[in-house]
Design a protein around this ligand. Structure first.
Ligand code: ATP
Length: 340
């Protein structure tokens, strides 16, 4: 039995978590859930955004299953999600984006963005200078760059992906991003020789354009923290919206699974959230826990569900609310499971 720490969060978080839990419960997978709160609900109850108890529970669990959390407009706020990523050293943020139906995708994208998750501008030190200026310092270390590059090539190898692209801004950031690029090619050589994995590099601004104009040139992308965050939202937009995008945050001992989207307060409580990103995050969690047949069953069923326009969610012009979509998906999963 695997111990799962569940953090539904707020906004659409609890709605998409309920949907994904229904899918998992129906699959009869050996998971035991322990639910907890972070963020504003935790602050109101305990005076801190994340308690020591929650941090211990997250650390001791086999996986963390995270919905979404609203960012309060307080200067002293530190995101519990960032605290979890740093404390548990969840250094690799894996964000697949693939088109489920060309009818609602702008381009036929099928990529995986592997984003460095512990450094860069997240948690950067900022201080005010004279003349109303602000100095922002970011850290880019050789160790963290090498670690994420190794992860990306290893991911490509294990998932039969033929190419890894390094996305950077080394023409401007000539020391930090140049180091990232050099380390990338130092590693790429080995994978080209032993695993026939191709490699290239693209400036981040050009990558944003190529993703729209020539989506087929990308397979796995490895990149630094902020570039990965921005490009993965762009990728989401190209495949129908943020509701379609899952993610995994992987460390040496822990892992956290969450959709790429935020708490979407504009649609919260309206049964309008597309739960696909959360459901595909559940599939990534099953892969991580060693249940690849179950995760494939989920992915294939999601694909089959969106092949029929009657099952489309509201964000792509369909009529299915979160609950109705979940019911229809579970029916498809059951049918597929019965055949195989
Ligand atoms: P936060 O501050 O929590 O990041 P946000 O609204 O700024 O919230 P997102 O939650 O990522 O950012 O939402 C961006 C847009 O995408 C919103 O218009 C939202 O309605 C839409 N969106 C996000 N998630 C979903 C979803 N699961 N289904 C449908 N639309 C979504």
């Amino acid at each position: 039995m695997h111990r799962i720490c569940v953090i539904p969060g707020d906004g659409v978080g609890p709605e998409v978590i309920a949907s994904a839990r229904a899918v998992l419960d129906n699959l009869d997978v050996p998971l035991r859930y322990e639910e907890t709160v972070v963020g504003t609900p935790s602050f109101e109850k305990y005076g801190v955004y994340i308690t020591k108890e929650t941090l211990s529970l997250a650390t001791e669990s086999d996986a963390i299953f995270f919905g979404a959390l609203t960012t309060p407009k307080r200067r002293d706020y530190v995101s519990p999600l960032l605290l979890l990523r740093w404390n548990l050293e969840l250094y690799a943020n894996v964000r697949p984006s693939f088109c489920l139906n060309p009818a609602f995708c702008l381009v036929p994208l099928d990529i995986v963005i592997v984003r460095e998750n512990t450094e860069g501008l997240y948690g950067a030190a900022e201080r005010e200078l004279e003349n109303n200026a602000v100095l922002t310092e970011r850290i880019v270390s050789e160790a963290a760059c090498q670690r994420i590059i190794d992860f990306a090539f290893d991911y490509a190898k294990k998932n039969n992906r033929g190419k890894v692209t390094c996305v950077h801004k080394a023409n401007v950031l000539r020391t930090s991003d140049e180091m990232f690029k050099k380390l990338f090619y130092g590693t790429a050589v080995n994978y080209a020789f032993y695993n026939k994995i191709r490699s290239d590099d693209v400036l981040v601004d050009a990558a944003a354009m190529y993703m729209c104009r020539e989506p087929g040139r990308f397979d796995v992308i490895v990149t630094l923290n902020l570039y990965g965050d921005i490009l993965s939202d762009e990728a989401g937009g190209l495949i129908g919206g943020l509701g379609f995008c899952p993610s995994a945050n992987i460390g040496k001992k822990n892992a956290l699974f969450e959709p790429v989207h935020g708490s979407a307060p504009d649609i919260a409580g309206k049964d309008a959230a597309n739960p696909t990103g959360m459901i595909l995050s559940a599939a990534m969690m099953l892969d991580y826990l060693g249940m690849p047949e179950k995760s494939s069953l989920i992915r294939e069923s999601v694909r089959k569900c969106f092949a029929n326009k009657n099952n489309w969610t509201k964000d792509v012009g369909g009529e299915c609310g979160t609950g109705e979509f979940t019911k229809r998906l579970i029916k498809i999963i059951d049918e597929k499971a019965a055949i195989s």
